[in-house]
Design a protein around this ligand. Sequence first.
Ligand code: NAP
Length: 292
Amino acid sequence: MARAPLRVLLLGGTGEARRLALALTEVGGFDVVYSLAGRVREPQVPPSCRVRIGGFGGPAGLAEQLRSERINALVDATHPFAARMSASAATAAAATGVPLLVLRRPGWQAQPGDDWRRVPSLPAAADLIDRFVPSQRGPSRCGAADDPTPRVFLTTGRSDLALFAGLHRPWFLARCVEAPTGALPPRLRVILDRGPFDVAGETELLRRHAIDVLVTKDSGGAMTAAKLAAARDLGLPVVMVDRPSIPSGFPVVSDIGPATHWLIGLASPGRIESHDGPQAGPAAASWRSTLS
Ligand code: NAP
């Protein structure tokens, strides 16, 4: 008798979540519900699974959904800064006993030549920028060499611009996927764009706007990493906001391979675990042939 597919609720909104959804479709044997917060008007969704959009109503609402939809596994593949959703997933998983896996891409690492100042939070970044004094000799300051106004490139996302709204001295360039609303810094220019970005384009942008300092969250991943190489090349400092911590007590993986592996393990009763993962079961065999 054919086994029922493993029903997976995939908390998405990231490239990893989309790639995991596609991988699970290729493997087969999974019924994936892909969940989005609904922040973006035209979200990129995997073509292969059911999509639901909008919050669950906190941990209790998520727990209720896990029960009513008979979810067998929960995967938190949200943005590394989506701390409320991650906390909610952990609470709901603990309350219902539904297995939870956290899929979190690695953070960025400073390289030789980088001038990063790590801060624990966005308010700490705003505080640092409020006190920031630009170097007058930076290679990107052509045309702005006599201007003492700090010129700041903010790539923290539109919902975080309000934290910089009280800063009157710096001039800000903010890049967002959608137009920001609410409180904004008084001296602000917004450009609407969505990655991936390349180093040549980022270097040109930093030069054109005579940027003195870049502010970014440690989102990790390749899509938006080019700005860091451009800042390094131009000798610009980077204020790097550290990630919130991941709820403890659940397995964490950093890529879709081990995440697929974990789900196959749940879908294959009678599997034999080893360092290599599941050794038996039709889903495991299918997965090996798909990825090899
Ligand atoms: P959040 O603050 O952790 O989430 C706020 C609420 O949104 C959650 O409590 C939940 O509502 C709902 N939610 C979040 N992700 C969801 C999902 N995948 N499916 C269903 N509901 C979801 O996260 P955020 O507001 O999305 O973003 C927080 C930070 O992450 C921001 O700094 C943002 O710039 C950054 N970020 C997020 C995304 C993304 O796709 N989420 C992408 C890029 C950057 P309920 O409590 O009602 O369940």
